[in-house]
Design a protein around this ligand. Structure first.
Ligand SMILES: Nc1nc2c(ncn2[C@@H]2O[C@H](COP(=O)(O)OP(=O)(O)OP(=O)(O)O)[C@@H](O)[C@H]2O)c(=O)[nH]1
Length: 580
Protein backbone atom coordinates (compact mmCIF):
# COMPACT_ATOMS: atom_id res chain seq x y z
CA UNK A 1 0.00 0.00 0.00
CA UNK A 2 1.10 3.52 -0.71
CA UNK A 3 2.57 5.40 2.24
CA UNK A 4 2.88 2.27 4.32
CA UNK A 5 5.36 3.86 6.69
CA UNK A 6 3.23 6.90 7.45
CA UNK A 7 0.20 4.67 7.88
CA UNK A 8 2.09 2.47 10.34
CA UNK A 9 3.10 5.47 12.44
CA UNK A 10 -0.40 6.94 12.51
CA UNK A 11 -1.89 3.61 13.43
CA UNK A 12 0.49 3.06 16.28
CA UNK A 13 -0.17 6.52 17.69
CA UNK A 14 -3.92 5.93 17.60
CA UNK A 15 -3.37 2.65 19.40
CA UNK A 16 -2.45 4.68 22.46
CA UNK A 17 -6.09 5.68 22.68
CA UNK A 18 -7.18 2.09 22.48
CA UNK A 19 -4.88 0.83 25.16
CA UNK A 20 -6.72 2.80 27.82
CA UNK A 21 -10.43 2.49 28.53
CA UNK A 22 -12.19 5.37 26.85
CA UNK A 23 -12.93 7.39 29.95
CA UNK A 24 -9.29 7.23 30.91
CA UNK A 25 -8.27 9.29 27.86
CA UNK A 26 -6.57 12.24 29.49
CA UNK A 27 -5.23 15.53 28.21
CA UNK A 28 -1.75 13.96 28.34
CA UNK A 29 -2.83 10.98 26.23
CA UNK A 30 -4.45 13.28 23.70
CA UNK A 31 -1.36 15.51 23.53
CA UNK A 32 0.92 12.50 23.12
CA UNK A 33 -1.23 11.16 20.32
CA UNK A 34 -1.38 14.53 18.57
CA UNK A 35 2.38 15.00 18.89
CA UNK A 36 3.01 11.57 17.38
CA UNK A 37 0.63 12.23 14.52
CA UNK A 38 2.09 15.67 13.83
CA UNK A 39 5.63 14.29 13.84
CA UNK A 40 4.70 11.50 11.43
CA UNK A 41 3.06 13.97 9.04
CA UNK A 42 5.97 16.39 9.12
CA UNK A 43 8.40 13.51 8.50
CA UNK A 44 6.29 12.69 5.47
CA UNK A 45 6.92 16.27 4.29
CA UNK A 46 3.46 17.64 4.99
CA UNK A 47 3.63 21.41 5.34
CA UNK A 48 4.19 22.38 8.99
CA UNK A 49 1.51 25.08 8.88
CA UNK A 50 -1.08 22.56 7.71
CA UNK A 51 -0.08 20.17 10.48
CA UNK A 52 -0.37 22.87 13.12
CA UNK A 53 -3.82 23.90 11.88
CA UNK A 54 -4.91 20.28 11.99
CA UNK A 55 -3.67 19.94 15.55
CA UNK A 56 -5.46 23.07 16.70
CA UNK A 57 -8.69 21.93 15.05
CA UNK A 58 -8.58 18.55 16.76
CA UNK A 59 -7.86 20.21 20.11
CA UNK A 60 -10.86 22.46 19.58
CA UNK A 61 -13.12 19.53 18.76
CA UNK A 62 -12.17 17.13 21.56
CA UNK A 63 -9.91 18.99 24.00
CA UNK A 64 -12.75 19.95 26.35
CA UNK A 65 -14.18 16.47 26.51
CA UNK A 66 -10.84 15.13 27.63
CA UNK A 67 -9.83 17.81 30.11
CA UNK A 68 -13.21 18.07 31.85
CA UNK A 69 -12.99 14.49 33.04
CA UNK A 70 -15.49 11.65 32.94
CA UNK A 71 -18.17 13.42 34.98
CA UNK A 72 -18.94 15.97 32.29
CA UNK A 73 -18.98 13.52 29.43
CA UNK A 74 -22.68 12.87 29.63
CA UNK A 75 -23.76 10.69 26.76
CA UNK A 76 -20.35 10.64 25.15
CA UNK A 77 -18.65 7.71 26.80
CA UNK A 78 -16.47 6.76 23.89
CA UNK A 79 -13.89 9.52 23.83
CA UNK A 80 -11.35 7.44 21.96
CA UNK A 81 -13.77 7.13 19.09
CA UNK A 82 -14.44 10.84 19.00
CA UNK A 83 -10.73 11.62 18.94
CA UNK A 84 -10.29 9.08 16.20
CA UNK A 85 -13.11 10.63 14.19
CA UNK A 86 -11.65 14.10 14.62
CA UNK A 87 -8.28 12.82 13.35
CA UNK A 88 -9.92 11.19 10.32
CA UNK A 89 -11.89 14.34 9.52
CA UNK A 90 -8.91 16.65 9.82
CA UNK A 91 -6.60 14.42 7.76
CA UNK A 92 -9.34 14.17 5.15
CA UNK A 93 -9.61 17.95 5.07
CA UNK A 94 -5.85 18.24 4.47
CA UNK A 95 -6.17 15.93 1.46
CA UNK A 96 -9.31 17.48 -0.01
CA UNK A 97 -9.06 20.24 -2.62
CA UNK A 98 -9.03 23.57 -0.81
CA UNK A 99 -8.76 27.26 -1.59
CA UNK A 100 -10.78 29.48 -3.93
CA UNK A 101 -9.94 27.31 -6.97
CA UNK A 102 -11.11 24.05 -5.37
CA UNK A 103 -12.82 21.86 -7.96
CA UNK A 104 -14.58 18.53 -8.16
CA UNK A 105 -13.16 15.77 -10.35
CA UNK A 106 -14.54 15.22 -13.84
CA UNK A 107 -16.99 12.32 -14.04
CA UNK A 108 -16.73 10.14 -17.16
CA UNK A 109 -19.91 9.85 -19.16
CA UNK A 110 -21.02 6.67 -20.86
CA UNK A 111 -21.79 6.44 -24.59
CA UNK A 112 -20.05 9.65 -25.53
CA UNK A 113 -16.42 10.56 -26.16
CA UNK A 114 -14.56 11.69 -23.02
CA UNK A 115 -11.36 13.35 -24.20
CA UNK A 116 -8.70 13.31 -21.52
CA UNK A 117 -5.47 15.25 -22.02
CA UNK A 118 -2.45 14.15 -19.98
CA UNK A 119 0.25 16.66 -19.09
CA UNK A 120 3.23 16.51 -16.76
CA UNK A 121 6.93 17.00 -16.17
CA UNK A 122 9.45 14.77 -17.86
CA UNK A 123 9.82 11.44 -16.16
CA UNK A 124 6.91 11.96 -13.77
CA UNK A 125 5.33 8.78 -15.06
CA UNK A 126 2.88 10.25 -17.54
CA UNK A 127 3.12 7.59 -20.24
CA UNK A 128 3.01 4.80 -17.66
CA UNK A 129 -0.01 6.40 -15.96
CA UNK A 130 -1.81 6.72 -19.29
CA UNK A 131 -1.47 2.97 -19.82
CA UNK A 132 -2.71 2.29 -16.29
CA UNK A 133 -5.60 4.73 -16.70
CA UNK A 134 -6.59 3.16 -20.02
CA UNK A 135 -6.37 -0.31 -18.51
CA UNK A 136 -8.54 0.77 -15.56
CA UNK A 137 -11.37 1.97 -17.78
CA UNK A 138 -11.05 -0.80 -20.32
CA UNK A 139 -11.35 -3.39 -17.55
CA UNK A 140 -14.59 -1.75 -16.51
CA UNK A 141 -15.96 -2.09 -20.01
CA UNK A 142 -15.32 1.42 -21.41
CA UNK A 143 -14.30 1.61 -25.07
CA UNK A 144 -10.84 3.11 -24.64
CA UNK A 145 -8.12 4.43 -26.99
CA UNK A 146 -4.83 6.31 -26.73
CA UNK A 147 -3.24 9.03 -28.85
CA UNK A 148 0.47 9.83 -28.67
CA UNK A 149 1.05 13.54 -29.29
CA UNK A 150 4.50 13.46 -27.70
CA UNK A 151 6.82 14.18 -30.61
CA UNK A 152 9.44 15.68 -28.33
CA UNK A 153 10.89 12.60 -26.66
CA UNK A 154 12.33 10.02 -29.03
CA UNK A 155 10.78 6.70 -28.13
CA UNK A 156 7.63 8.13 -26.54
CA UNK A 157 5.42 6.75 -29.32
CA UNK A 158 7.14 3.36 -29.14
CA UNK A 159 6.56 3.25 -25.38
CA UNK A 160 2.87 4.07 -25.75
CA UNK A 161 2.53 1.62 -28.63
CA UNK A 162 4.15 -1.15 -26.61
CA UNK A 163 1.83 -0.57 -23.67
CA UNK A 164 -1.22 -0.32 -25.92
CA UNK A 165 -0.33 -3.55 -27.68
CA UNK A 166 0.13 -5.40 -24.39
CA UNK A 167 -3.22 -4.11 -23.18
CA UNK A 168 -4.91 -4.61 -26.56
CA UNK A 169 -6.01 -0.98 -26.64
CA UNK A 170 -6.19 0.87 -29.98
CA UNK A 171 -3.67 3.70 -30.36
CA UNK A 172 -2.82 6.47 -32.75
CA UNK A 173 0.51 8.15 -33.44
CA UNK A 174 3.01 8.88 -36.17
CA UNK A 175 6.73 8.43 -36.85
CA UNK A 176 6.70 11.01 -39.61
CA UNK A 177 4.35 13.83 -38.58
CA UNK A 178 6.31 16.29 -36.48
CA UNK A 179 3.44 18.54 -35.40
CA UNK A 180 1.91 17.20 -32.18
CA UNK A 181 -1.21 19.35 -32.66
CA UNK A 182 -1.95 17.66 -35.99
CA UNK A 183 -1.47 14.18 -34.48
CA UNK A 184 -3.67 14.99 -31.49
CA UNK A 185 -6.41 16.39 -33.66
CA UNK A 186 -6.36 13.52 -36.17
CA UNK A 187 -6.19 10.84 -33.48
CA UNK A 188 -9.04 12.27 -31.45
CA UNK A 189 -11.17 12.77 -34.56
CA UNK A 190 -10.68 9.19 -35.63
CA UNK A 191 -11.55 7.70 -32.24
CA UNK A 192 -14.54 10.01 -31.80
CA UNK A 193 -15.98 8.92 -35.13
CA UNK A 194 -15.33 5.28 -34.21
CA UNK A 195 -17.43 5.68 -31.07
CA UNK A 196 -14.72 5.48 -28.41
CA UNK A 197 -15.72 6.57 -24.92
CA UNK A 198 -12.37 7.24 -23.25
CA UNK A 199 -9.85 8.91 -25.56
CA UNK A 200 -6.55 9.65 -23.85
CA UNK A 201 -4.03 12.07 -25.33
CA UNK A 202 -0.37 11.94 -24.27
CA UNK A 203 1.62 15.17 -24.60
CA UNK A 204 5.34 15.89 -24.36
CA UNK A 205 6.86 15.99 -20.93
CA UNK A 206 8.29 19.37 -20.03
CA UNK A 207 10.25 21.38 -17.50
CA UNK A 208 8.59 24.34 -15.93
CA UNK A 209 10.82 26.85 -17.68
CA UNK A 210 10.20 25.48 -21.16
CA UNK A 211 7.80 28.11 -22.40
CA UNK A 212 7.74 26.67 -25.93
CA UNK A 213 6.46 23.37 -24.65
CA UNK A 214 3.83 25.08 -22.54
CA UNK A 215 2.70 26.86 -25.68
CA UNK A 216 2.45 23.49 -27.45
CA UNK A 217 0.35 22.14 -24.58
CA UNK A 218 -2.03 25.11 -24.93
CA UNK A 219 -2.31 24.57 -28.67
CA UNK A 220 -3.10 20.87 -28.27
CA UNK A 221 -5.64 21.72 -25.63
CA UNK A 222 -7.31 24.29 -27.91
CA UNK A 223 -7.36 21.78 -30.77
CA UNK A 224 -8.84 18.78 -28.96
CA UNK A 225 -10.91 20.67 -26.34
CA UNK A 226 -10.47 18.05 -23.60
CA UNK A 227 -13.21 17.21 -21.13
CA UNK A 228 -10.52 16.85 -18.49
CA UNK A 229 -6.83 17.71 -18.30
CA UNK A 230 -4.94 15.39 -16.00
CA UNK A 231 -1.68 16.56 -14.50
CA UNK A 232 0.68 13.70 -13.62
CA UNK A 233 3.12 14.43 -10.83
CA UNK A 234 5.77 12.57 -9.00
CA UNK A 235 5.36 12.12 -5.22
CA UNK A 236 9.10 11.96 -4.62
CA UNK A 237 9.14 15.77 -4.87
CA UNK A 238 7.13 16.07 -1.66
CA UNK A 239 5.55 19.45 -0.99
CA UNK A 240 7.67 20.98 -3.77
CA UNK A 241 5.02 19.78 -6.20
CA UNK A 242 2.93 22.75 -5.10
CA UNK A 243 4.94 25.18 -7.24
CA UNK A 244 4.94 22.80 -10.20
CA UNK A 245 1.22 22.38 -10.02
CA UNK A 246 0.70 26.12 -9.94
CA UNK A 247 2.91 26.57 -13.01
CA UNK A 248 0.83 24.05 -14.95
CA UNK A 249 -2.36 25.66 -13.71
CA UNK A 250 -1.05 28.89 -15.19
CA UNK A 251 -0.68 27.30 -18.63
CA UNK A 252 -3.78 25.12 -18.98
CA UNK A 253 -6.77 24.52 -16.79
CA UNK A 254 -5.70 21.44 -14.82
CA UNK A 255 -8.83 19.48 -14.02
CA UNK A 256 -7.41 16.66 -11.96
CA UNK A 257 -4.18 15.11 -10.77
CA UNK A 258 -2.57 11.69 -10.66
CA UNK A 259 0.24 11.39 -8.13
CA UNK A 260 2.74 8.68 -9.04
CA UNK A 261 5.49 6.75 -7.24
CA UNK A 262 3.73 6.62 -3.92
CA UNK A 263 4.99 3.10 -3.43
CA UNK A 264 7.10 3.30 -0.36
CA UNK A 265 8.14 6.91 -0.76
CA UNK A 266 8.73 8.91 2.41
CA UNK A 267 7.51 12.25 1.05
CA UNK A 268 4.16 11.04 -0.23
CA UNK A 269 2.10 12.81 2.42
CA UNK A 270 3.70 16.12 1.49
CA UNK A 271 2.96 15.67 -2.20
CA UNK A 272 -0.68 14.75 -1.62
CA UNK A 273 -1.41 17.61 0.75
CA UNK A 274 0.36 20.09 -1.55
CA UNK A 275 -1.80 19.03 -4.49
CA UNK A 276 -4.92 19.48 -2.40
CA UNK A 277 -3.76 22.99 -1.52
CA UNK A 278 -3.73 23.90 -5.22
CA UNK A 279 -7.46 23.16 -5.36
CA UNK A 280 -7.23 20.31 -7.91
CA UNK A 281 -8.67 16.95 -7.00
CA UNK A 282 -6.40 13.90 -7.02
CA UNK A 283 -8.13 11.16 -8.98
CA UNK A 284 -5.63 8.29 -8.85
CA UNK A 285 -2.44 7.28 -7.11
CA UNK A 286 0.33 5.41 -8.88
CA UNK A 287 1.75 2.77 -6.63
CA UNK A 288 4.13 0.77 -8.81
CA UNK A 289 5.22 0.04 -12.32
CA UNK A 290 2.61 -2.53 -13.30
CA UNK A 291 -0.59 -1.69 -15.18
CA UNK A 292 -2.64 -2.63 -12.12
CA UNK A 293 -0.77 -0.24 -9.84
CA UNK A 294 -3.25 2.59 -10.02
CA UNK A 295 -5.63 3.22 -7.14
CA UNK A 296 -8.65 5.51 -7.39
CA UNK A 297 -8.25 8.30 -4.85
CA UNK A 298 -10.81 9.70 -2.48
CA UNK A 299 -9.52 11.64 0.52
CA UNK A 300 -11.78 10.03 3.10
CA UNK A 301 -11.24 6.49 1.85
CA UNK A 302 -7.53 7.07 1.65
CA UNK A 303 -7.31 8.29 5.25
CA UNK A 304 -9.52 5.48 6.44
CA UNK A 305 -7.26 2.94 4.73
CA UNK A 306 -4.14 4.65 5.97
CA UNK A 307 -5.36 4.40 9.54
CA UNK A 308 -6.25 0.75 9.10
CA UNK A 309 -10.04 1.09 8.94
CA UNK A 310 -10.34 -0.22 5.40
CA UNK A 311 -12.04 1.54 2.53
CA UNK A 312 -15.63 0.50 2.34
CA UNK A 313 -16.65 3.48 0.25
CA UNK A 314 -14.04 2.62 -2.37
CA UNK A 315 -15.04 -0.99 -2.35
CA UNK A 316 -18.69 -0.09 -2.86
CA UNK A 317 -17.78 2.24 -5.73
CA UNK A 318 -15.81 -0.56 -7.34
CA UNK A 319 -18.64 -2.99 -6.86
CA UNK A 320 -21.14 -0.56 -8.28
CA UNK A 321 -18.98 0.16 -11.29
CA UNK A 322 -18.72 -3.50 -12.26
CA UNK A 323 -22.14 -4.67 -11.21
CA UNK A 324 -24.30 -5.95 -13.99
CA UNK A 325 -27.76 -5.73 -12.43
CA UNK A 326 -29.63 -7.97 -14.84
CA UNK A 327 -27.36 -10.99 -14.81
CA UNK A 328 -26.93 -10.63 -11.06
CA UNK A 329 -30.71 -10.74 -10.66
CA UNK A 330 -30.96 -13.82 -12.85
CA UNK A 331 -28.25 -15.44 -10.82
CA UNK A 332 -30.09 -14.67 -7.59
CA UNK A 333 -33.29 -16.16 -8.95
CA UNK A 334 -31.40 -19.31 -9.98
CA UNK A 335 -29.77 -19.50 -6.60
CA UNK A 336 -33.12 -19.18 -4.88
CA UNK A 337 -33.99 -22.47 -6.52
CA UNK A 338 -30.76 -23.93 -5.19
CA UNK A 339 -29.32 -23.93 -8.71
CA UNK A 340 -25.73 -22.91 -9.31
CA UNK A 341 -24.11 -24.08 -12.51
CA UNK A 342 -20.52 -23.82 -13.63
CA UNK A 343 -21.69 -21.03 -15.92
CA UNK A 344 -23.04 -19.12 -12.91
CA UNK A 345 -19.68 -19.57 -11.23
CA UNK A 346 -17.94 -18.31 -14.36
CA UNK A 347 -20.09 -15.16 -14.31
CA UNK A 348 -19.27 -14.53 -10.67
CA UNK A 349 -15.56 -14.86 -11.39
CA UNK A 350 -15.92 -12.45 -14.31
CA UNK A 351 -17.39 -9.85 -11.97
CA UNK A 352 -14.67 -10.36 -9.43
CA UNK A 353 -11.92 -10.10 -12.05
CA UNK A 354 -13.18 -6.71 -13.19
CA UNK A 355 -12.29 -5.23 -9.83
CA UNK A 356 -8.64 -5.99 -10.36
CA UNK A 357 -6.18 -7.91 -8.25
CA UNK A 358 -7.81 -9.46 -5.20
CA UNK A 359 -5.16 -8.08 -2.90
CA UNK A 360 -6.51 -4.62 -3.67
CA UNK A 361 -10.03 -5.67 -2.80
CA UNK A 362 -8.84 -7.29 0.40
CA UNK A 363 -6.90 -4.19 1.31
CA UNK A 364 -10.16 -2.24 1.22
CA UNK A 365 -11.96 -4.49 3.67
CA UNK A 366 -12.12 -2.76 7.04
CA UNK A 367 -10.06 -4.44 9.68
CA UNK A 368 -8.35 -6.80 7.27
CA UNK A 369 -4.95 -7.50 8.81
CA UNK A 370 -2.11 -6.68 6.45
CA UNK A 371 -0.55 -10.11 6.81
CA UNK A 372 -3.62 -11.63 5.18
CA UNK A 373 -3.34 -9.43 2.13
CA UNK A 374 -1.17 -11.05 -0.52
CA UNK A 375 1.49 -8.75 -1.93
CA UNK A 376 2.68 -8.37 -5.41
CA UNK A 377 1.37 -10.68 -8.05
CA UNK A 378 -1.88 -11.90 -6.81
CA UNK A 379 -1.98 -15.63 -6.49
CA UNK A 380 -5.73 -15.79 -6.02
CA UNK A 381 -6.37 -13.76 -9.18
CA UNK A 382 -4.19 -16.15 -11.12
CA UNK A 383 -6.05 -19.09 -9.68
CA UNK A 384 -9.38 -17.56 -10.71
CA UNK A 385 -8.00 -16.88 -14.15
CA UNK A 386 -6.90 -20.50 -14.51
CA UNK A 387 -10.33 -21.70 -13.43
CA UNK A 388 -11.85 -19.48 -16.09
CA UNK A 389 -9.60 -20.95 -18.78
CA UNK A 390 -10.86 -24.39 -17.77
CA UNK A 391 -14.47 -23.26 -18.00
CA UNK A 392 -13.68 -21.69 -21.39
CA UNK A 393 -12.78 -25.20 -22.52
CA UNK A 394 -16.11 -26.65 -21.46
CA UNK A 395 -19.07 -26.97 -23.80
CA UNK A 396 -22.52 -25.52 -23.15
CA UNK A 397 -23.97 -28.76 -21.81
CA UNK A 398 -21.15 -29.05 -19.28
CA UNK A 399 -21.39 -25.41 -18.23
CA UNK A 400 -25.14 -25.58 -17.80
CA UNK A 401 -25.02 -28.79 -15.78
CA UNK A 402 -26.81 -30.85 -18.45
CA UNK A 403 -23.83 -33.16 -18.31
CA UNK A 404 -22.82 -33.90 -14.76
CA UNK A 405 -19.07 -33.60 -14.45
CA UNK A 406 -19.27 -34.53 -10.78
CA UNK A 407 -19.98 -38.20 -11.46
CA UNK A 408 -17.26 -40.30 -9.89
CA UNK A 409 -15.51 -43.19 -11.64
CA UNK A 410 -17.29 -42.54 -14.88
CA UNK A 411 -14.97 -43.11 -17.86
CA UNK A 412 -16.95 -40.63 -19.95
CA UNK A 413 -16.54 -37.89 -17.31
CA UNK A 414 -12.86 -38.74 -16.89
CA UNK A 415 -12.43 -38.34 -20.65
CA UNK A 416 -14.15 -34.96 -20.57
CA UNK A 417 -11.96 -33.82 -17.70
CA UNK A 418 -8.85 -34.79 -19.67
CA UNK A 419 -10.20 -32.86 -22.67
CA UNK A 420 -10.90 -29.77 -20.58
CA UNK A 421 -7.42 -29.93 -19.05
CA UNK A 422 -5.78 -30.25 -22.46
CA UNK A 423 -7.86 -27.40 -23.87
CA UNK A 424 -6.93 -25.05 -21.04
CA UNK A 425 -3.29 -26.02 -20.66
CA UNK A 426 -3.91 -27.39 -17.18
CA UNK A 427 -3.70 -30.76 -15.43
CA UNK A 428 -6.77 -32.99 -14.90
CA UNK A 429 -6.15 -32.71 -11.14
CA UNK A 430 -6.61 -28.96 -11.42
CA UNK A 431 -9.88 -29.43 -13.29
CA UNK A 432 -10.97 -31.71 -10.45
CA UNK A 433 -10.07 -28.95 -8.01
CA UNK A 434 -12.32 -26.59 -9.93
CA UNK A 435 -15.15 -29.12 -9.86
CA UNK A 436 -14.65 -29.62 -6.15
CA UNK A 437 -14.82 -25.87 -5.59
CA UNK A 438 -17.99 -25.74 -7.65
CA UNK A 439 -19.51 -28.61 -5.68
CA UNK A 440 -18.73 -26.82 -2.44
CA UNK A 441 -20.27 -23.63 -3.71
CA UNK A 442 -23.30 -25.45 -5.06
CA UNK A 443 -23.80 -27.04 -1.64
CA UNK A 444 -23.87 -23.69 0.07
CA UNK A 445 -26.21 -22.25 -2.54
CA UNK A 446 -28.62 -25.14 -2.26
CA UNK A 447 -28.69 -24.77 1.55
CA UNK A 448 -29.33 -21.08 1.18
CA UNK A 449 -31.98 -21.78 -1.44
CA UNK A 450 -33.80 -24.11 0.93
CA UNK A 451 -33.60 -21.53 3.69
CA UNK A 452 -36.04 -19.43 1.68
CA UNK A 453 -33.80 -16.43 2.08
CA UNK A 454 -33.19 -15.91 -1.61
CA UNK A 455 -35.20 -14.75 -4.56
CA UNK A 456 -38.02 -12.23 -4.35
CA UNK A 457 -39.75 -13.87 -1.39
CA UNK A 458 -36.41 -14.10 0.42
CA UNK A 459 -35.79 -10.43 -0.14
CA UNK A 460 -38.95 -9.55 1.71
CA UNK A 461 -38.03 -11.87 4.57
CA UNK A 462 -34.55 -10.40 4.76
CA UNK A 463 -35.91 -6.91 4.84
CA UNK A 464 -38.18 -7.86 7.66
CA UNK A 465 -35.29 -9.46 9.55
CA UNK A 466 -33.12 -6.43 9.05
CA UNK A 467 -35.85 -4.16 10.28
CA UNK A 468 -36.28 -6.32 13.35
CA UNK A 469 -32.55 -6.26 13.97
CA UNK A 470 -32.44 -2.53 13.63
CA UNK A 471 -35.30 -1.97 16.03
CA UNK A 472 -34.32 -4.48 18.62
CA UNK A 473 -30.99 -6.20 18.18
CA UNK A 474 -31.06 -7.68 21.68
CA UNK A 475 -34.32 -9.49 21.15
CA UNK A 476 -33.17 -10.71 17.77
CA UNK A 477 -29.96 -12.08 19.24
CA UNK A 478 -31.88 -13.86 22.00
CA UNK A 479 -34.11 -15.37 19.37
CA UNK A 480 -31.09 -16.52 17.42
CA UNK A 481 -29.38 -17.92 20.51
CA UNK A 482 -32.43 -19.97 21.39
CA UNK A 483 -32.66 -21.34 17.87
CA UNK A 484 -29.57 -23.37 17.06
CA UNK A 485 -30.71 -23.97 13.53
CA UNK A 486 -31.06 -20.27 12.77
CA UNK A 487 -27.70 -19.67 14.38
CA UNK A 488 -26.15 -22.35 12.21
CA UNK A 489 -27.68 -20.80 9.14
CA UNK A 490 -26.29 -17.42 10.07
CA UNK A 491 -22.86 -18.96 10.51
CA UNK A 492 -23.17 -20.71 7.19
CA UNK A 493 -24.19 -17.51 5.50
CA UNK A 494 -21.14 -15.87 6.93
CA UNK A 495 -18.89 -18.84 6.66
CA UNK A 496 -19.17 -19.80 3.08
CA UNK A 497 -21.76 -17.90 1.16
CA UNK A 498 -20.27 -14.58 1.93
CA UNK A 499 -17.78 -13.83 -0.72
CA UNK A 500 -19.93 -14.60 -3.69
CA UNK A 501 -17.54 -16.09 -6.17
CA UNK A 502 -14.66 -16.55 -3.83
CA UNK A 503 -15.07 -20.02 -2.41
CA UNK A 504 -14.02 -21.22 -5.83
CA UNK A 505 -10.63 -19.77 -5.22
CA UNK A 506 -10.42 -22.05 -2.17
CA UNK A 507 -7.52 -24.00 -0.89
CA UNK A 508 -5.30 -21.22 0.30
CA UNK A 509 -6.65 -18.54 -2.02
CA UNK A 510 -9.17 -16.14 -0.69
CA UNK A 511 -9.99 -16.89 2.93
CA UNK A 512 -13.68 -17.43 3.50
CA UNK A 513 -15.77 -15.12 5.57
CA UNK A 514 -15.41 -17.05 8.83
CA UNK A 515 -11.64 -17.11 8.50
CA UNK A 516 -11.65 -13.42 7.81
CA UNK A 517 -13.82 -12.63 10.76
CA UNK A 518 -11.66 -14.76 13.00
CA UNK A 519 -8.58 -13.02 11.71
CA UNK A 520 -10.14 -9.62 12.18
CA UNK A 521 -10.96 -10.47 15.75
CA UNK A 522 -7.60 -11.89 16.60
CA UNK A 523 -5.58 -9.48 14.56
CA UNK A 524 -4.49 -7.10 17.25
CA UNK A 525 -7.65 -5.19 17.93
CA UNK A 526 -7.92 -3.24 14.70
CA UNK A 527 -11.07 -4.99 13.65
CA UNK A 528 -13.48 -6.94 15.72
CA UNK A 529 -12.79 -6.92 19.36
CA UNK A 530 -13.41 -10.05 21.29
CA UNK A 531 -13.03 -12.77 18.73
CA UNK A 532 -9.98 -14.83 19.45
CA UNK A 533 -10.58 -17.34 16.71
CA UNK A 534 -13.51 -19.02 15.05
CA UNK A 535 -16.71 -17.06 15.03
CA UNK A 536 -16.87 -13.80 16.92
CA UNK A 537 -18.40 -14.03 20.38
CA UNK A 538 -22.03 -13.26 21.11
CA UNK A 539 -21.53 -9.70 22.27
CA UNK A 540 -19.55 -8.93 19.15
CA UNK A 541 -22.16 -10.54 16.96
CA UNK A 542 -24.78 -8.49 18.68
CA UNK A 543 -22.91 -5.29 17.96
CA UNK A 544 -22.33 -6.33 14.39
CA UNK A 545 -25.97 -7.04 13.89
CA UNK A 546 -26.97 -3.73 15.37
CA UNK A 547 -24.62 -2.12 12.88
CA UNK A 548 -25.96 -4.17 10.04
CA UNK A 549 -29.45 -3.10 10.83
CA UNK A 550 -28.55 0.46 11.64
CA UNK A 551 -26.62 0.98 8.46
CA UNK A 552 -29.67 0.96 6.29
CA UNK A 553 -29.77 -2.76 5.73
CA UNK A 554 -26.99 -4.47 3.87
CA UNK A 555 -29.38 -6.76 2.14
CA UNK A 556 -32.38 -5.84 0.15
CA UNK A 557 -33.41 -5.78 -3.44
CA UNK A 558 -32.68 -9.01 -5.10
CA UNK A 559 -32.75 -11.87 -2.64
CA UNK A 560 -29.82 -13.35 -0.79
CA UNK A 561 -27.06 -10.80 -0.38
CA UNK A 562 -25.04 -10.86 -3.54
CA UNK A 563 -21.39 -10.03 -3.57
CA UNK A 564 -22.09 -6.29 -3.33
CA UNK A 565 -24.47 -6.58 -0.47
CA UNK A 566 -22.30 -9.03 1.37
CA UNK A 567 -19.32 -6.74 1.06
CA UNK A 568 -21.44 -3.93 2.39
CA UNK A 569 -22.49 -6.04 5.32
CA UNK A 570 -18.91 -6.97 5.97
CA UNK A 571 -17.94 -3.36 5.92
CA UNK A 572 -20.55 -2.42 8.41
CA UNK A 573 -19.54 -5.31 10.59
CA UNK A 574 -15.89 -4.37 10.49
CA UNK A 575 -16.55 -0.74 11.08
CA UNK A 576 -19.12 -1.32 13.73
CA UNK A 577 -16.82 -3.51 15.72
CA UNK A 578 -13.75 -1.44 14.94
CA UNK A 579 -11.42 0.26 17.31
CA UNK A 580 -12.67 0.79 20.73
N1 LIG B 1 7.72 2.93 -8.66
C1 LIG B 1 6.96 3.55 -9.54
N2 LIG B 1 7.48 3.90 -10.73
C2 LIG B 1 6.69 4.54 -11.61
C3 LIG B 1 5.34 4.87 -11.31
N3 LIG B 1 4.83 5.51 -12.40
C4 LIG B 1 5.83 5.56 -13.32
N4 LIG B 1 6.95 4.98 -12.86
C5 LIG B 1 8.26 4.86 -13.52
O1 LIG B 1 8.76 6.15 -13.77
C6 LIG B 1 9.55 6.16 -14.94
C7 LIG B 1 9.12 7.30 -15.88
O2 LIG B 1 7.83 7.01 -16.36
P1 LIG B 1 7.30 7.45 -17.81
O3 LIG B 1 5.90 7.05 -17.88
O4 LIG B 1 8.22 7.01 -18.87
O5 LIG B 1 7.45 9.02 -17.66
P2 LIG B 1 6.87 10.20 -18.57
O6 LIG B 1 6.37 11.22 -17.60
O7 LIG B 1 5.94 9.70 -19.58
O8 LIG B 1 8.13 10.77 -19.26
P3 LIG B 1 8.13 11.81 -20.49
O9 LIG B 1 7.45 11.13 -21.61
O10 LIG B 1 9.58 12.05 -20.71
O11 LIG B 1 7.41 12.98 -20.01
C8 LIG B 1 9.41 4.78 -15.56
O12 LIG B 1 10.54 4.02 -15.21
C9 LIG B 1 8.17 4.20 -14.88
O13 LIG B 1 8.21 2.81 -14.78
C10 LIG B 1 4.83 4.51 -10.03
O14 LIG B 1 3.67 4.77 -9.66
N5 LIG B 1 5.67 3.87 -9.18
Amino acid sequence: MALAELGGKLRSSLLKLQSSPSDAVTTETLNAVLSDISRALIESDVNVKLVMTMRTNIQKKVGDLVSDGPASRGNNPNIARLVQKAVVDELTAILSPSGPTATKPYVMKRNKPNIILFVGLQGAGKTTSIAKFAHYYQRKGWKTAMVCADTFRAGAFDQLKQNATKLRIPFYGSYTEADPVVIAEEGVERFVSDGYEVIIVDTSGRHRQEEALFEEMREISDAVRPDDTVFVMDATQGQAVYDQALAFHGAVKVGSVIVTKLDGHAKGGGALSAVAATGSPIIFLGSGERFEDLDPFNAKSFVSKLLGFGDMRGLMEEMKSISDGKSQEELMENMSKGKFTLRDMYKQFQQVMKIGPLNKVMGMIPGMPEYLIPNGDDESTNRLRKFMYMMDSMNDAELDGKIDLHLKNDPNVEKRIRRIAAGSGTHPTEVKMLLQAHKQFEGVVSKMGKSGMMGKAGAARQKQMMEQMRKNPNAMMKQLQSNPQAMKMMQQMMGSGGMGGFPGAGGGGMPDMAQMMAAMGGGGGMGMPGGGGGMPDMATMQRMMAQMGGGGGGAGGGGMPDINQMMQMMGQMGMGGGRR
